[in-house]
Design a protein around this ligand. Structure first.
Ligand SMILES: O=C(O)CCC(=O)C(=O)O
Ligand SMILES: [Fe+2]
Length: 207
């Protein structure tokens, strides 16, 4: 009888699949290099909410479409604010999608979130994508993050979990539209990046 090793490391939190330690250290190092290459072509920016408040997270994207926010609202754009197209999704990042959601459509966007020691992300639903039947896959790199999962509606009881470097999280099925956010990161818990902080990659089908 075969043993499904992946199963051992998979947790289910309200239907959100958390795969602990999905990426080896070598894979994490390689993906950080990929992120550096993306950021050379599409530099990180500190986006503004539609109300004009800066987010604490810095962002860029790869893929056919990149998620942006400014006075015009939350949306996907085919170009970085510089006017350049977004760089392609790195092959190694795409491979994670193929491994964890093999039956999904190909990802069209990879949002790159860079959290400094004090950055966080408020509770929200990823709802700028046309087809919520398609999953969202998130990759954590660098310092640990306290991730909170809530409900389809705002408020109510929530559950928190620590996401560590190399963990992969999948929001799919009914869990695709749950509120979620990052309360804080724990600076200095990982030595993967040059400085305290965290990088999160979020792959999505947009159209
Ligand atoms: O940083 C994370 O783990 C979550 C990011 C997220 O929810 C998003 O980019 O929509
Ligand atoms: Fe999100």
């Amino acid at each position: 009888m075969g043993v499904n090793l992946t199963e051992k490391w998979e947790r289910d939190v309200r239907g959100v699949r958390v795969i602990d330690g999905f990426l080896s250290t070598a894979e994490q190092v390689a993906i950080v290099e990929d992120v550096r290459a993306v950021a050379r072509m599409a530099p990180f920016i500190r986006p503004m909410t539609p109300r004009g408040r800066p987010l604490s997270v810095r962002m860029t994207s790869a893929g056919a479409l990149g998620w942006v926010t400014d006075q015009k609202g939350y949306r996907y754009e085919v170009r970085h604010p510089s006017g350049e197209p977004w760089p392609p999704i790195p092959v190694r990042v795409r491979a994670v999608w193929d491994a964890v959601v093999p039956t999904a459509r190909p990802p069209e966007s990879c949002l790159v979130n860079w959290y400094g020691p004090d950055a966080k992300m408020g509770m929200h639903v990823d709802r700028d994508e046309a087809d919520p039947a398609q999953p969202v896959v998130s990759i954590s790199l660098g310092d640990d993050a306290l991730f909170r999962i809530g409900n389809p509606e705002r408020g109510g009881k929530t559950e928190s979990l620590w996401l560590r470097s190399g963990d992969v999280l999948v929001m799919e099925g009914p869990a695709r539209l749950l509120h979620h956010g990052v309360d804080r990161i724990a600076p200095g818990t990982s030595t993967l990046l040059d400085a305290p902080g965290r990088i999160n990659l979020t792959l999505r089908v947009v159209t």
